[in-house]
Design a protein. Structure first.
Length: 493
């Protein structure tokens, strides 16, 4: 069954008992009849049919699994048909398929196959049923890369298959000082079904390739929303949010943001606003350079800035990959890595927003952060390049007033020390790194320790920049270095 992606717009989905697909706006409506049918199935002991969910650039779809001789099997033609041109023919005990220009040969009852002249271990016997060639699910991880010519990742236990770099990643954090408002940011639009039970709101992703964060359990230090957990099973991913109050889910940013917040009381006539689409959390930073912020705004130790955005695409890393999109994913990863080490972090650009260089510096300075980290991506070179400011000589500071172009002057030694810490941590992880100075804005305008981290692939494929393990390797190193230099950089948040 092929799926069509549905993008949810701004709207509010109130989750009731049971589960239903969240509409673009309005309330989640739960059918009592569906619940009765489901309850009857449970009481009758009916086991749910097992599925394999396949995620690719071409299509996302779900296929039924069958169990034979204690093994899970799937029809190979059904896996390949949505992805390209495929044909098959049977010759006695031999079954052959052709996908584009790749040929594969299987023999009924045998545990090995040949793909383009290479032997493949199937882990169980190849079967033919009603002219369908059935292969054991575990064999897909070794067979499909040779047939498709690209990376394939199989989550065997949960029945999820990822073809290419299609995974949707997410971060979760409280909205500033509002401990009863949790914001999920996803790298691609999502439209989960939402259900609740006492103490838990559950988002189930059947059509989206949502994958696990660095830790499957996220804690937020909130009495009302203390934690969230990620799990996978039977072709779906589930995020379960624990709460001590009734909560609801609302959608924004064209389906890339899901906000979990307190259920409004009867006296409230309007739903809560959805997550902001530009600079995160309105009370955290002024909306324009020099604008006034809240006197009770949260203090942040680190400010992470995803470079470019909006009309500024940055570098075109490949025909399908822009720098502005990679830096947002890196910023979310770095925020999660820093906050898991107890370092409060503000991400300046968490959507496709236009921010000027002056705005970026002003946001960092007005939040009095101990360190500002700008993130860039590059398709050339290898590993990481770290930049600190290169200031013009002969600044014109007068008394308490500081020149905008040389604001970094007093913090430059701290910036260079932080860059050295980051370089050392990257080297420990065998990541090539160079430390440079350059007259970069907004580094020159930031009054705290400031550095730019430019990330290139380790090899020649720019797609590696979107690989979660590579991103986490680098952002984990940066976060570890910042945590170790915390005392040098300034007071605790």
């Amino acid at each position: 069954m092929r799926w069509s992606r549905r993008h949810c717009g701004a709207g509010v989905a109130r989750a009731g008992v049971g589960a239903s697909r969240a509409p673009r706006s309005g309330k989640v409506i739960v059918s009592a009849g569906i619940l009765v049918v489901l309850s009857a199935l449970v009481l009758a002991g009916a086991a749910p049919e097992k599925h394999l969910s396949v995620y690719s650039v071409a299509a996302n779809y779900s296929l039924p699994l069958v169990q034979r001789d204690g093994h899970d099997y799937v029809g190979l033609l059904e896996v390949l048909e949505p992805l390209g041109k495929v044909s098959a023919k049977s010759d006695g005990q031999r079954w052959r398929i052709r996908y584009n220009n790749v040929e594969a040969e299987f023999n009924i009852g045998k545990t090995r196959a040949r793909v383009q002249g290479h032997d493949i271990d199937l882990s169980a016997r190849f079967l033919m049923e009603n002219r369908r060639g059935l292969v054991p699910v575990p064999s897909l991880s070794s067979m499909l890369p040779r047939i498709l010519g690209g990376p394939v990742t199989l989550h065997e236990e949960s029945g999820r298959l990822f073809i290419g770099s299609v995974a949707t990643h997410f971060t979760a954090s409280l909205a500033g000082d509002n401990a009863s408002r949790l914001i999920f940011n996803f790298s691609s639009p999502v439209n989960p079904s939402v259900s609740t039970e006492p103490g838990t709101l559950r988002m189930t992703f059947s059509r989206e390739p949502v994958v696990a964060p660095a830790s499957p359990t996220l804690t937020f230090g909130s009495k009302t929303i203390p934690s969230a957990t990620y799990s996978e099973s039977n072709g779906t991913a589930v995020i379960s949010v624990k709460s001590t109050i009734p909560v609801m889910a609302s959608f924004g940013n064209n389906g890339r943001t899901v906000t979990i917040s307190a259920m409004p009381t009867v006296a409230q006539s309007a739903p809560p606003t959805t997550a902001p689409n530009t600079v995160p959390a309105p009370a955290q930073a002024p909306s324009t350079p020099g604008g006034g912020g809240s006197n009770t705004a949260r203090r942040y130790f680190a400010v992470v800035d995803a470079s470019h955005g909006g009309d500024d695409h940055g570098e075109t890393l490949s025909s399908t990959l822009l720098e502005k999109d990679v830096t947002v994913a890196l910023a979310r990863s770095l925020k999660q890595q820093l906050e898991s080490r107890g370092i409060s972090t503000l991400v300046l650009r968490d959507s496709d927003a236009n921010l000027t260089l002056d705005q970026r510096a002003t946001f960092a300075n007005t939040n009095h952060a101990a360190i500002y980290i700008a993130l860039h991506a590059d398709s050339s070179g290898h590993g990481v390049r770290l930049y600190t400011a290169l200031l013009p000589s002969g600044g014109d500071d007068r008394g308490p007033f500081r020149s905008w172009g040389t604001s970094q002057q007093s913090s430059l030694p701290l910036s260079q020390s932080a860059a050295a810490e980051v370089a050392s941590e990257l080297q420990k992880r065998q990541i090539p790194v160079r430390t440079l100075s350059a007259p970069l804005r907004p580094l020159n305008n930031v009054t705290a320790a400031a550095l730019a981290v430019e990330i290139a692939p380790q090899g020649t494929d720019p797609a590696q920049l979107t690989a979660p393990d590579y991103q986490e390797l680098i952002t984990g190193a940066v976060a570890t270095a910042v945590a170790s230099a915390r005392d040098k950089l300034g007071a605790a948040p």
